[in-house]
Design a protein around this ligand. Structure first.
Ligand SMILES: [Ca+2]
Length: 391
């Protein structure tokens, strides 16, 4: 409420023109106050002993798959972690932020048994984000194929992304990072500038068919000066991506450098500004840009300074927490919490609450049982379940 009051005063004072149209992208968002934790739930540790887990997904029979940073794909059946990792996973470069990242299940897995993995591939001097597809026979991956990759090789171990989200037409969105911080360069300039280069897949969300081919109705499909895989651009490093099937909205969380982490409502063809406009500052001090917003660039719905280092993101639709339906849940590596984010009908942030986890949070997802699951980023990482109390 405090922030709304501040915005209200601004509107009455010097910024009347901007306030008359609150959806205009040039209106800077106001960071939301973060309230204490919601009540009525408990945290239960389901599993320990995961090696820096990164992502999780469920098969139709509720078998759970979990990726680990150094390249293992683990399987959990009836709450028990199989001691043997799934065979057939591609070789992963796990230097720095490099990892076996997202795991995602084809919407028609029951018919085709297809799963998808994103990972960093290569060497510290020459690497890229890849997307691979394979069939899963219950023990091993078969017929693994790399179906998409960043076309430019980069150096260093930073900013690979990445998350996969399916849309109702069985295309998928895949988030790819900008490639790294200064002094990492590509083609004679700071690599972060690739986020604005429509010929590059760095700093983008791409949209793909389920075989990795590029849909003909992508926003830049007919632009000869653009990579036709691009769906949105101007992103730094998205590590949270989710879809609200009611409103058909795509939500992402994106890492800034020092502060300026973003929550974005992402739409096809739009420019999210990095690194031309940002609330973020350089890690070594100083401005990345003097500009926070600009016409034609989409501003974040909120931003986090200091940084939370946002990780997994999920839109809650379950029955177990009726009061949480329609809320976003965003993990935080640095904030070591899960943010419950309440939205209004228009997709603006109404309020935020912090659910303390006390360890770096790498992912948060809604399980098929309607409960929320959290992965902690530690060498002895945990799977935690949030369950309602008193029911
Ligand atoms: Ca932005």
């Amino acid at each position: 409420m405090l922030n709304r009051s501040i915005l209200g005063i601004t509107c009455l004072g010097i910024a009347i023109a901007s306030c008359s149209s609150p959806t205009v992208s040039t209106v800077p968002p106001v960071p939301e106050a973060v309230a204490a934790s919601p009540q009525g739930f408990r945290q239960t540790t389901v599993l320990t002993g995961l090696a820096r887990p990164w992502s999780m997904a469920w098969l139709p029979d509720s078998t759970m798959l979990i990726t680990e940073k150094t390249g293992q794909l683990r399987v959990v059946r009836n709450g028990k972690l199989d001691p043997n990792a799934i065979a057939g996973v591609p070789e992963v470069m796990s230097t720095g932020q490099g990892a076996l990242m997202d795991v995602s299940i084809h919407p028609r897995f029951a018919q085709n048994r297809l799963i998808y993995l994103t990972y960093s591939h290569g060497t510290p001097d020459s690497n890229r984000t890849r997307l691979a597809r394979a069939t899963f026979d219950g023990k091993a991956l078969r017929d693994l194929k790399v179906i998409f990759e960043v076309t430019q090789a980069k150096s260093g171990g930073q900013h690979f992304g990445s998350r996969i989200v399916w849309l109702p037409d069985n295309t998928m969105l895949v988030a790819i990072g900008d490639g790294g911080n200064p002094p990492v360069e590509l083609e004679g300039d700071l690599i972060r500038k690739q986020a604005q280069n429509l010929r590059s897949r760095l700093g983008k969300i791409v949209r793909l068919n389920d075989d990795g081919s590029i849909p003909r109705d992508n926003p830049f499909a007919t632009n000869p000066n653009a990579d036709s895989a691009i769906w949105s651009y101007g992103h730094r490093n998205i590590q949270g991506l989710t879809f609200d099937s009611n409103t058909k909205r795509v939500w992402s969380t994106e890492h800034g450098a020092s502060g300026g982490d973003e929550l974005n409502l992402v739409e096809a063809g739009k420019n999210y500004g990095w690194p031309i406009v940002t609330y973020s500052q350089e890690y070594f001090g100083g401005e990345i840009s003097q500009e926070r917003s600009r016409p034609g660039f989409v501003s974040p719905k909120t931003y986090w300074t200091p940084a939370t280092a946002p990780s997994g993101l999920t839109f809650y639709t379950g029955d177990r927490f009726p009061a949480w339906r329609g809320n976003l849940f965003a993990g935080g590596l640095v904030s070591q919490d899960v943010r419950r984010i309440e939205l209004d009908q228009a997709g603006n942030v109404k309020s935020q609450q912090s659910i303390k986890i006390g360890q770096r949070v790498r992912d948060v997802r809604q399980g098929p049982d309607g409960l929320l699951y959290v992965l902690t980023d530690a060498s002895n990482g945990r799977l935690i379940r949030l369950e309602p109390t008193g029911s």
